[in-house]
Design a protein. Structure first.
Ligand SMILES: N[C@@H](CCC(=O)N[C@@H](CS)C(=O)NCC(=O)O)C(=O)O
Length: 262
């Protein structure tokens, strides 16, 4: 079968994810070229993408919302890739919404950020992107780097300095798993046909998921509308009708019962 991304297919047919192209580091000590300066960097994310969502969570937990701006791309990706669209105009299978202008750079497509950084870039344009507003280049497009960078480099002015996200009770690995679990029943179970069981069928996993969801600030980083419209409307090879299901019905705000295991 022809792969969705032919350049990323191994000889034996496995998906070999492309290497992230930009891996520069923001320095905590103020050294150049990327000193940790408030207001200088901007995060481009999709709330549908699990990797990008991890950076959104770290930005939130470290209290970096004032220090690092953020723009959310439209959840639906067509052949031109991630685009900026007016969030009040919802592309919902009835009408194609043209791109709007990103407030930081005037971009219409995220590919313009890649182009500005490396005119020869010919890989897939992915989120998250950490953009330097001063140098006008992408500093880093790898979630594995951006999360620890947010955790360490900005401690000078982070509001939640006492929260060390890497060695307290809830650790980085929990947030990584959270971003997968939260998408499972909503998208992976139906759209990706991973349907032997749902997370909700595992009471301990569901309790764990709800416990993380109920941590301060986390629920507002989760956008089920974006998650569902992204997957069901972007992967037309899997869902040619682009119909987005209304369900499943669930309530992640119910008591999680996890105090029993503390
Ligand atoms: N290795 C990247 C992965 C990011 C990634 O694959 N993002 C997906 C969305 S979940 C994307 O932007 N895909 C664009 C495309 O496939 O065209 C990271 O760690 O940040």
């Amino acid at each position: 079968m022809k792969a969705q991304f032919e350049k990323e297919q191994s000889d034996s047919g496995e998906f070999q994810r492309q290497e992230d192209a930009f891996r520069e580091w923001i320095s905590a000590d103020g050294s150049t070229p990327y000193p940790a300066v408030t207001g200088r960097y901007h995060l481009y994310v999709s709330l549908a993408c699990p990797w990008a969502s991890r950076t959104v969570i770290f930005r939130k937990l470290k209290g970096l919302e004032d220090a690092i701006g953020m723009t959310v791309v439209d959840p639906i990706r067509d052949e031109k890739g991630w685009a900026f669209r007016d969030p009040d105009k919802k592309w919902d299978n009835t009408e194609v919404i043209p791109p709007s202008t990103d407030p930081v750079n005037g971009f219409h497509y995220l590919s313009e950020a890649y182009e500005a950084t490396d005119p020869n870039f010919d890989g897939r344009v992915t989120v998250p992107v950490l953009w330097d507003k001063e140098a006008k280049v992408i500093v880093n497009n790898c979630e594995d780097d951006i999360c620890p960078m947010f955790n360490n480099a900005f401690n000078v002015f982070a509001k939640n300095q006492e929260v060390d996200l890497f060695d307290k009770r809830i650790v980085e690995a929990d947030w990584r798993l959270f971003c997968t679990l939260i998408r499972f029943d909503v998208v992976y179970h139906g759209h990706f046909k991973c349907n032997i069981r749902r997370i909700i069928d595992y009471p301990n996993l569901q309790g764990y998921l709800m416990d993380l969801y109920q941590q301060p600030g986390i629920a507002e980083t989760v956008n089920f509308d974006h998650i569902k419209r992204h997957y069901y409307m972007t992967h037309t090879e899997i869902n040619p009708t682009r119909i987005v299901p209304i369900g499943p019905a669930f309530d992640l705000t119910k008591p999680h019962g996890r105090e029993k295991i503390s």
